[in-house]
Design a protein around this ligand. Structure first.
Ligand code: IVH
Length: 669
């Protein structure tokens, strides 16, 4: 069906507008329209693209998350190497650096640009003719892992440049904002998954996901700070590179500054040592770069790092305080988390009064007692933790802590299952568990109901207005208005948010139920495989463990959850309220999927496609690309000069096709 001109124009207009709002929201952090209006623009574009698939192009804002999970990561070379930096730990080190720089540049004046050092991980983005073609991790500096589909989900990454140039390699730091890090770790603690030690690990873990949908759920962002290979643009200074990157639509950290000597830089480092804690992302230092690119070239690099830049590292923030008490918090899965009540102490920008102790084993290993003087820090500048006990300060009056035999909220018995570190309240009616379960249900990555914070939930529960999650959807304005700090407007917003949440896909509903061990990933796998809630509820152990990546622990937990009539009833009531209980097939956008479920290996050079394009094509046809040939491979696509993979395929009897036949499959021959 030819696309009418009017439709083309409307699609173009929608894309431009969506891109502009994306930019305002994710790059500038200052949205100019409501979420609802934005969603409606997206829906309109999606529906046009569904009706006219010819409209879809890889740079469309609808194409950020897509494609099937991959089997592994492919290594790709960087066009220009990604170096690391030498470190400075005090002002003396900075002055030494300055002395070396001035010597190396022949004594002329040297300008420096100082930038905040973001605590994340370095990535490289390659734009070809203005379009994002590839994204890779730093790897060993010469080549890294191809994470293109994952980086496309990061909304602050432009899919196309504003002023296309032949080639632009951009370097930046992907990071997880502090609040997202805290939320992610809390969710992990509650579902018994291992915690991320800091936002850097969390960002790395989120990027190295074979399923880009998981990356998309992790709220990553990026600041870019350098270019690698460039064709079609020229620069004289680092400062102008940063300005250029901003003009091209990239997110550049706004706090960079130009100085004409090192004294200005040391002052900048001093200024940010404490104010950096007010930022919504973690920083661990300042990066200092020689501004003039001619001088940079003159200075050159050692094997590992450039001589024209240095990373000034702030000392880790730690503080001494006293543990006044150890209290217990009951989570939604019944886990009792011991928390240290501290003598208030200033640490990384806030006054800290509590620190999580995670579980009783940690308390025992570190021999933490009530009354102890301890050293505390903040994981990722956000989560206070006890690092160690200062034993020399012990007076003998300190009290060892032991877990109680009963739940502090409902007084029923607690258990510690074999092989687990956590002690749990197993009373399904424990009021604390119920409250926490609701908090999880409405949380951002679950049903995402804005305006329903813990305080409102606490009030709704104590007022008897909400006895299970389904009751939330029966709330009326009259129920809400009498609540503390709830005005006419917030009540209306809350009802709107509840209504909107009914559009959430099945995987979010599954995740929201709060089944033990079923995190976002497992919820997605279950939804993808079983397609509707009914089938998951009735699945047996073998059905569940038959799903790749679903192990016996998750399977047992799902079965146990649905074995209780109360949980089945909850699901039934949620369905009645209009929540989505099946995966909505979006068949129209996709063409035929002849490679559905097939594992494909690419080898040799194709004439019509780059490796990347071929991989995307396979994914669009429903298949997955794997890097090695094995008995599990369904198909090998062999281009010119195929190598050992081709021979192995022949040996194993795997079907091999050439480029022509591949094009035929794709309907492009
Ligand atoms: S410039 C050759 N600028 O810190 C110059 N790096 O210790 C390469 N980082 O690998 C890096 N913020 O992962 C630069 N504003 C910034 C940075 C930054 C964070 C990271 C980056 C790099 C590491 C060096």
């Amino acid at each position: 069906m030819p696309v009418p001109d009017a439709v083309k124009r409307r699609a173009e207009e929608l894309r431009r507008e969506i891109e502009r709002h994306n930019y305002n929201y994710y790059v500038l952090d200052s949205p100019t329209i409501s979420d609802a209006r934005f969603d409606s623009l997206m829906r309109e574009l999606e529906s046009l693209e569904r009706r006219y698939p010819e409209l879809v192009s890889p740079d469309s804002p609808t194409m950020r998350v897509g494609g099937a999970p991959r089997e592994g990561f492919v290594t790709v070379p960087h066009l220009a190497p990604m170096l690391s930096l030498g470190n400075a730990f005090d002002e003396e080190d900075l002055r030494d650096f300055d002395r070396r720089v001035r010597q190396g540049t022949g004594g002329a004046g040297v300008e420096y640009v100082a930038e905040l050092k973001i605590d994340g991980l370095a990535v490289s983005l390659v734009y070809e003719d203005g379009l994002l073609a590839r994204a890779a991790t730093r790897g060993d500096g010469d080549s890294g892992e191809d994470i293109t589909p994952n980086m496309r989900t990061v909304r602050a990454v432009p899919l196309k440049l504003r002023e296309p140039v032949r080639l632009l390699e951009v370097r930046g730091e992907v990071y997880m904002p502090k609040d997202a890090f805290a939320r992610l770790n809390q969710a992990r603690e509650e579902s018994g998954e291992p915690l991320f030690a800091n936002p850097r690990n969390a960002a790395a873990g989120s990027l190295r996901q074979l399923d880009p949908a998981v990356t998309a759920s992790r709220q990553l962002s990026i600041f870019v700070y350098a270019v690698g290979a460039v064709e079609g643009a020229e620069f004289k200074t680092h400062h102008s590179v940063l300005e250029y990157l901003k003009d091209q639509g990239f997110r550049v950290n706004p706090h960079y500054r130009l100085f004409n000597d090192i004294e200005g830089v040391t002052e900048y480092c001093r200024e940010w040592q404490h104010t950096r804690f007010d930022l919504p992302y973690a920083t661990d230092g300042v990066v200092v770069k020689v501004n003039d690119l001619g001088q940079q070239a003159l200075l050159g690099a050692t094997m590992k790092s450039p001589r024209w830049a240095i990373a000034y590292k702030y000392p880790p923030e730690q503080a001494r305080t006293v543990i006044r008490d150890i209290i217990l918090r009951v989570g939604r899965t019944g886990v009792l988390t011991p928390t240290a009540v501290l003598r208030p102490v200033r640490l990384a920008g806030t006054t800290v009064t509590k620190a999580t102790l995670h579980n009783e084993d940690i308390i025992r290993e570190r021999d933490i007692r009530i009354g102890d003087t301890v050293l505390v820090h903040k994981a990722g500048d956000v989560i206070p933790e006890v690092l160690e006990v200062i034993k020399e300060e012990r007076k003998g009056s300190e009290q060892p802590f032991s877990m109680p035999a009963e739940c502090p909220e409902c007084r029923s018995e607690v258990v510690r299952p074999e092989g687990e570190a956590a002690v749990r309240c197993v009373n399904p009616r424990c009021p604390a568990r119920f409250r926490e379960g609701l908090i999880h249900f409405v949380s951002r990555n679950a049903m995402d109901i804005a305006g329903l914070g813990p305080a409102v939930i606490g009030q709704l529960v104590s007022a008897g207005l909400v006895k299970d999650a389904a009751d939330l959807y029966g709330l009326k304005k009259e129920d809400l208005i009498p609540l503390e700090r709830m005005g006419e407007k917030s009540a209306r917003n809350l009802l709107e948010a509840l209504e909107k949440s009914k559009q959430n896909p099945l995987n979010r509903v599954i995740y929201a139920l709060g089944i033990r061990h079923v995190g976002e990933r497992a919820a997605k796998l279950l939804a993808d495989r079983f397609r509707d809630m009914e089938s998951i509820m009735n699945a047996g152990f073998e059905d569940l463990v038959g799903v790749q990546e679903i192990g016996p622990r998750i399977a047992e937990s799902v079965i146990e959850y649905f074995s209780g009539p109360a949980n089945r009833d909850l699901v039934r009531r949620l369905a009645q309220k209009g929540l989505k209980m099946r995966v909505e097939e979006d068949g129209a956008r996709e063409g035929p999927r002849p490679l559905e479920g097939k594992t494909v290996v690419l080898t040799g050079a194709l004439k019509k496609y780059t490796r990347q394009e071929a991989q995307e094509l396979v994914e669009r046809l429903g298949g997955r690309v794997s890097s090695g040939v094995s008995r599990k491979t369904d198909l090998v696509v062999a281009g010119e000069d195929p190598g050992s993979k081709y021979e192995k395929a022949l040996k194993l009897g795997v079907r091999v096709i050439g480029e022509e036949e591949f094009l035929g499959l794709a309907g492009e021959g």
